[in-house]
Design a protein around this ligand. Structure first.
Ligand SMILES: [Fe+2]
Length: 196
């Protein structure tokens, strides 16, 4: 951990320890380490580095989670707004079953709303027999068919539900529902997909 992070984590350990009415000796005894080690953590000196397992043990001893002991990601908003211009978008090819399946263009994200993941998705495969399910994912998903039309399959991969969806259709998908899209009409299709 860097010096600033050591200091920040040390402050959080001290604050949490005070909140649960534990002195340094009590915390040290719970973790079976010398008091000087706890003092080192709390001073942020970095002399007694905490690895991930150690931090998890401290969190457990203080009846909290690691997330409570590390600083939240820095807010990257300007007066509540984050902008991303088109030339700042990154593109990633998603392969499934050994073929290029989707191209994802990653739109604006912010640590202020980590669950919000907006993407433009180009659907490259137009043969539904080659459809590859994703097994579902965390987070809800909203989809809008921007261009072309798509064949959607979801649910039980052995006996999926299906729908043909034209430009302008919109879709909501629950977390962990397996789904897949292939293009219809022999041309690529483009989706706006917002995970949240
Ligand atoms: Fe999805």
């Amino acid at each position: 951990m860097g010096a600033d992070l050591n200091t920040e984590v040390g402050n959080r350990i001290r604050q949490r320890r005070a909140l649960v009415k534990m002195d340094q000796a009590a915390l040290a005894s719970r973790l079976d380490v010398p008091v000087s080690v706890v003092q080192g953590w709390e001073s942020g000196s970095g002399a007694q580095p905490l690895d991930l397992t150690g931090l998890a043990d401290v969190a457990t001893a203080l009846s909290t989670s690691i997330a409570d002991l590390v600083p939240a990601p820095e807010d990257d908003l300007t007066d509540g707004v984050r902008l991303q211009l088109p030339d700042e978008d990154s593109s990633i090819v998603g392969s499934r079953g050994g073929v290029d399946y989707y191209v994802y263009r990653c739109l604006v994200r912010s640590p202020s709303v980590p669950m919000l993941i907006p993407l433009v998705v180009d659907v490259l495969v137009d043969d539904r027999e080659r459809a590859e399910f994703n097994g579902g994912h965390a987070g809800h998903e909203f989809i809008y068919v921007m261009e072309g039309s798509v064949h959607m399959q979801w649910g039980d991969e052995a006996a999926p539900k299906t729908a043909d969806l034209p430009t302008g259709a919109s879709i909501y998908i629950s977390p962990y529902v397996s789904h897949t899209f292939t293009a219809l009409d022999g041309r690529n299709a483009r989706l706006l997909a917002v995970n949240f």
